[in-house]
Ligand binder design. Structure first.
Ligand SMILES: [Zn+2]
Ligand SMILES: [Zn+2]
Ligand SMILES: [Zn+2]
Ligand SMILES: [Zn+2]
Ligand SMILES: [Zn+2]
Ligand SMILES: [Zn+2]
Length: 243
């Protein structure tokens, strides 16, 4: 056995991956995707110690709760799985988009929520709507007569009745919880091909900011401000409002 030099950098194990991980600082321009939540990797993170293995995790994705009780699914707890239980991508029951990594899962109902979607704020404000929007766990059209469907007021696409919506009841105004939830000017990224890739990138960007802010709050643990900024980009107008 060849003797190996001791390495100073500490490594750690995570049950989601076979190789040890080490601390990694992600830069925005890296455009790396977290192997757990599938959102853009920013700030403090972890990387696989094998140089040829592209496995990354947010610091916040390292210690996600193993089980949560979520308002969207009151009858059963949701369990954190490190991969899709279906042998193929799952569809997130919150945002309607695919997921292939971590999921909060109910095996009885085959209900799945991205870990990013599981922690989005319950109330948001957006610059182009005068009222706060409240998170609801199905469209307002659910249960109405056949043929009545809800249309997202941002992308104007028909929404399946079980998707979550950021909703203003007063105006009957609502948006998807993925990219449509964030009011900002989007410049499609040129290097990525296809509309789907762009949408996916936008979704990741918006959710990551929501999720990161939530994580920050969890760490700070006592926030009294009524309104907290999401992200640092000046163009973004997306707030967390405490009840
Ligand atoms: Zn992550
Ligand atoms: Zn690895
Ligand atoms: Zn989702
Ligand atoms: Zn269930
Ligand atoms: Zn939409
Ligand atoms: Zn309104």
């Amino acid at each position: 056995m060849a003797s190996t030099k001791p390495v100073n950098r500490p490594s750690m194990r995570h049950p989601s991956h076979n190789h040890p991980l080490r601390v990694f600082k992600a830069q925005e321009e890296d455009e790396i995707i977290c192997s757990g939540c599938e959102l853009e990797l920013t700030g403090q993170a972890f990387k696989c110690t094998k140089s040829d293995c592209d496995y990354f995790l947010h610091k916040s994705c390292i210690d996600l709760p193993r089980e949560i009780n979520h308002k969207s699914h009151p009858d059963h707890p949701l369990t954190l799985l490190h991969s899709s239980p279906y042998g193929q991508a799952y569809t997130c029951d919150a945002c309607g988009q695919y997921g292939s990594a971590f999921t909060y899962h109910c095996s009885e109902c085959q209900y799945d929520v991205h870990v990013g979607c599981a922690f989005i704020p319950e109330i948001v404000e957006r610059e182009d709507h005068e009222h706060t929007l409240t998170l609801i766990y199905n469209t307002p059209c659910k249960g109405l007569e056949e043929g009545v469907t809800f249309i997202c007021d941002v992308c104007e696409e028909t929404m399946s009745e079980n998707l979550w919506v950021y909703y203003c009841k007063e105006c009957d105004y609502g948006t998807h919880v993925h990219s449509c939830a964030v009011y900002e000017k989007h410049e499609p990224k040129k290097e990525r091909g296809g509309e789907e890739a762009i949408l996916e990138a936008l979704r990741m960007e918006s959710l990551m900011n929501a999720r990161q802010e939530l994580e920050n709050m969890r760490i700070r643990n006592k926030i009294n401000n009524s309104v907290i900024h999401f992200g640092d980009e000046p163009e973004r107008r997306y707030y967390w409002v405490r009840k």
